[in-house]
Design a protein around this ligand. Structure first.
Ligand SMILES: [Ca+2]
Length: 386
């Protein structure tokens, strides 16, 4: 691919797409291999922002993990959160998690939301709802999925549409321990949803062509299994590929390509070690017939949200993945050649833990920071600095 062509850059510079999210400062200048950029604040005062989404009218939706769905309109964070959310288990990693508008939101007003659903006492599980978002409130809230899982954190919870009438979403391993040997871990047992990518029709029904449909003792929503805590996922419309980032143990953060029916190994195989003592977790790094990651981070970045860029503002970044890092306090640009990871570059270093990254309809790259302490955090966007 020709990385820098003058006509493309000229086209990008003449873009006049309106955006409702206005910049609040001139931004911090940063250099990178292909594009210099500015990091510009677009919203402040958010508590544990987990996900960002954009609506056709220019509104930006933001989930706050403590259980609020917020709207940024015309550059202002509206004081009143969206009404009508269900009861949410807000503790540890639990809370309100992903929000994604339906591809036809302009005509059906549907949003899809993941959250940790209370199950009584200290129990909770990953659940998916959809509802119509109209006039600042959710209407006709409908539960599409409730995971057969139990445990502490690791809810997974990223949702994507494939443009062919399905949603895919992740459920984490819930920090479960093996029941004996590694192979008995719930993430290796598809009779439950621990550590899975699931595929449903947009109305929540089970597609008849799911890989395990009709097999006794396997949850029919499961598309792939053996995952740890997948928190970044994107659908590449150009190739049909589903790319996934998994938050791993120390040295075990992974990029995976999601394949129907495949086993991604956790916790039997992998590249990480236990935090602290650095002791072994896995029986081996890989196993014949199971899916090996396409990329592993050493040291870990603490993977979070994921996006693929296809906008006009940063022409040389088209087709690249952008992975957020929590502990690494970094946004990693990952270059691809087909299904092969060919390189990576660290961006937005040392500005805070990055929870989510999304491309705006204006072609800018939006990044949500999260404070570990629960102090207010901000959302910024990357703008090209010509
Ligand atoms: Ca794996």
């Amino acid at each position: 691919m020709s990385r820098l062509s003058t006509p493309i850059l000229a086209a990008a510079m003449t873009l006049t797409a309106a955006t409702a999210v206005s910049a609040q400062d001139a931004g911090e200048f940063r250099r990178s291999a292909w594009h210099d950029y500015r990091i510009v604040t677009v919203a402040e005062g958010l508590v544990n922002p987990w996900s960002m989404a954009f609506l056709p009218n220019g509104d930006m939706l933001i989930t706050e993990r403590p259980g609020r769905l917020r709207i940024v309109r015309d550059g202002e964070l509206l004081a009143t959160p969206v009404e009508g959310l269900p009861d949410i288990y807000v503790r540890g990693q639990g809370g309100l998690l992903d929000v994604v508008p339906h591809p036809d939101f302009g005509s059906n007003s549907l949003v899809y939301i993941s959250y940790s659903k209370p199950q009584g006492g200290t129990e909770s599980t990953t659940a998916i709802i959809r509802a119509r978002l109209e006039n600042g409130a959710l209407h006709d809230v409908e539960e599409l999925f409730e995971a057969n899982s139990a445990g502490r954190g690791h809810y997974g919870s990223r949702i994507i549409f494939d443009g062919q009438g399905h949603i895919f979403f992740s459920v984490g391993d819930r920090q479960a321990s093996p029941r004996g040997d590694l192979e008995s871990h719930p993430a290796q047992d598809p009779s439950n949803h621990h550590g899975t990518i699931n595929r449903l029709a947009e109305d929540g029904s089970i597609p008849v062509d799911n890989p395990f449909v009709g097999q006794d003792g396997i949850e029919p929503s499961i598309f792939s299994y053996g995952h740890r805590n997948p928190q970044g996922m994107i659908f590449d419309e150009a190739t049909g590929n589903i790319w996934l980032t998994e938050h791993g143990p120390q040295g075990g953060d992974e990029i995976n390509l999601v394949q129907a029916g495949a086993n991604y190994g956790w916790p039997v195989v992998g590249y990480g070690v236990n935090y602290g003592p650095g002791s072994a977790i896995h029986a081996a790094s890989m196993r014949e017939g199971w899916e090996n990651p396409r990329h592993v981070w050493v040291p870990s970045i603490g993977t979070s949200g994921l996006m693929m860029y296809d906008g006009e503002r940063f022409p040389a970044w088209r087709g690249d993945l952008f992975a957020g890092g929590l502990t690494g306090e970094v946004l990693v640009r990952v270059s691809l050649d087909g299904d092969v990871v060919t390189g990576s570059e660290d961006l937005v270093q040392s500005m805070g833990r990055i929870r989510d990254v999304r491309q705006g309809p204006d072609g800018f790259i939006y990044v949500a920071f999260e404070s570990r302490s629960g102090d207010p955090s901000r959302i910024v966007r990357l703008e090209p600095a010509y």
